[in-house]
Ligand binder design. Structure first.
Ligand code: CS2
Length: 490
């Protein structure tokens, strides 16, 4: 904190006394995204409106998070938010809302105790979609996952967020303490509801005596979160040092756009985040559908098609005219008709901004980040559009092309014969079924945990097979051009 005084005027610094803040929010998953989003809003709330009761206690639960834990411990929870506008200035701001930090692998009991502390009123999460362990076939918590198995044998050394919450809630119940609000901030359909459903399912199998207490003493607001946040580059660390005299081992780089919409369903008096731009609503669905089906789907499309074309970043793919025509037509003709319930004005302006957000040359967002865990993302970002279309206008040609392209993507080699890695928890299945699809195209669609029963829909499979055969005999760029011309004005 003392070092902050040495920084130049151009760097925005916390104006509050961090020693006076009480942590009543416990956040699980102190990722770059959490630091560019929830921690940033909360910082502004403390800084501008003196809400000193809403500091954040950061918690990480996985061994892979040890580096960020060590760095933030070293930096007293402080870090730089480095915001880059497409055509404007780059800003550096020191964020001071994370005032405590716990690390599960080091001391799981301390994490459980902290979660059970009466000071903690909100437990928020950004744990990434696959950490929810939602079994795509059964629709419930995947008890057969090896970590779940390990956890049930040793419940005081939990491996999943569900194990930690269960132990913490047991303590709260035993000590007659109030419950808390669980606020999921992950890119999932009805993230709060999904979290609740999975937690109750987990508890019914491990601690059934706790079910009623959880139902009566917790709430699970749904939320929509949005801010493109990249993996931090060494170049950014160097530029911050040179241009702003900031020595930060792990700053966060993001765009200037940011949005957070939350269902107003908190157990206790909540932070007045609306004062710093957060929107509260009774119905999150229109916002959530808009974001998942436009931005996240757009990313996945650029990620998959772009990788096959040898591109490395979202920017490179987004300034390719053919790619953008394809994406815009997909949005206009196949996605927008499924968003009829949404406020059309906000959908239009969101769509317009999307293009400039993707084309921000200063955001070095790698396609390899976007393509990670596509087997979880595609069912959330693309398949709902296909499902809705199959029940209405039946416009699915571009979506079928995207799925066929994803099949070919899993061959793991781009159009310049350069191999790339498939990073996915079911990469084995994806690669195997993509290989089988060379003989029988439908084999890829038979991955039930991803596609459900889509392989039985003839309208879809016809388009998919046509696209796959086009893709197998042409490079991706030629296929996109062909799709753009053949589907124009249809
Ligand atoms: C991306 C998101 O991982 C992905 O698939 O689409 O991380 C995206 O950048 C954020 O949701 C932006 O709000």
């Amino acid at each position: 904190m003392e070092n902050l005084k040495l920084l130049p005027e151009t760097v925005l610094k916390p104006s509050f006394d961090r020693d006076k803040i009480k942590a009543s929010i416990l956040h699980i998953g102190v990722s770059n995204f959490h630091r560019s989003h929830q921690a940033y809003y909360t910082h502004d709330l403390i800084d501008k409106f003196n809400e000193l009761n809403y500091g954040i206690c950061g918690v990480d639960l996985f061994d892979s998070d040890r580096k960020i834990y060590n760095i933030l411990k070293d930096q007293d929870g402080l870090y730089t938010l480095y915001t880059k506008e497409p055509n404007g200035p780059h800003r550096a701001k020191i964020i001071g809302s994370i005032i405590e930090y716990f690390f599960g692998p080091e001391n799981p009991l301390a994490v459980i105790e902290k979660m059970a502390s009466p000071d903690i009123e909100i437990i928020s999460l950004t744990i990434a979609e696959d950490e929810y362990h939602l079994n795509g076939i059964t629709g419930v918590f995947d008890m057969n996952h090896p970590v779940a198995n390990e956890e049930t044998k040793n419940p005081f050394k939990p491996k999943t967020v569900f194990g930690y919450l269960t132990q913490a809630f047991k303590l709260r119940k035993l000590r007659n303490l109030p419950g808390c609000t669980i606020l999921s901030c992950d890119n999932m359909k009805s993230n709060g509801e999904t979290m609740k459903h999975l937690l109750l399912d987990y508890v019914s199998k491990t601690e059934p005596g706790l079910l009623d207490w959880i139902s009566e003493n917790t709430t699970f607001p749904n939320s929509m979160v949005d801010r493109i946040t990249t993996i931090t580059d060494f170049d950014d660390i160097d530029t911050l040092k040179q241009d702003f005299l900031i020595e930060d081992q792990w700053p966060v780089v993001c765009e200037s756009f940011s949005q957070w919409v939350i269902e107003d369903k908190f157990l206790h008096k909540r932070p007045s985040w609306e004062k710093v731009g957060v929107q509260f609503t009774q119905n999150i669905e229109p916002y959530e559908n808009m974001k998942l089906r436009l931005l996240n789907a757009g990313h996945t499309i650029l990620g998959i098609l772009g990788t096959m074309c040898g591109y490395k970043t979202v920017y490179e793919a987004a300034v390719d005219k053919d790619f953008m025509i394809f994406l815009k037509c997909f949005i206009d003709e196949e996605v927008l008709p499924t968003l009829k319930e949404s406020n059309q004005t906000s959908v239009k302006s969101y769509k317009k901004m999307l293009v400039s957000r993707f084309q921000n040359q200063h955001i070095n967002d790698r396609l390899s980040r976007i393509c990670q865990e596509s087997s979880v993302k595609i069912p959330l970002f693309i398949l709902p559009t296909i499902k809705d279309q199959l029940q209405s206008d039946k416009k699915i040609k571009r979506a079928a092309f995207i799925i066929a392209a994803w099949c070919k993507y899993n061959d793991g080699i781009d159009d310049f014969k350069i191999p790339y890695k498939i990073t996915d928890s079911i990469s084995g299945t994806l690669i195997r079924n993509a290989t089988l699809s060379h003989q029988n195209p439908i084999k890829f669609l038979e991955i039930e945990s991803v596609f459900g029963d889509l392989s039985n829909n003839k309208i879809f499979t016809d388009s998919y097979e046509e696209s796959l055969s086009l893709l197998r005999s042409n490079n991706i760029k030629a296929c996109i051009q062909k799709m753009n011309t053949s589907l124009a004005h249809k």
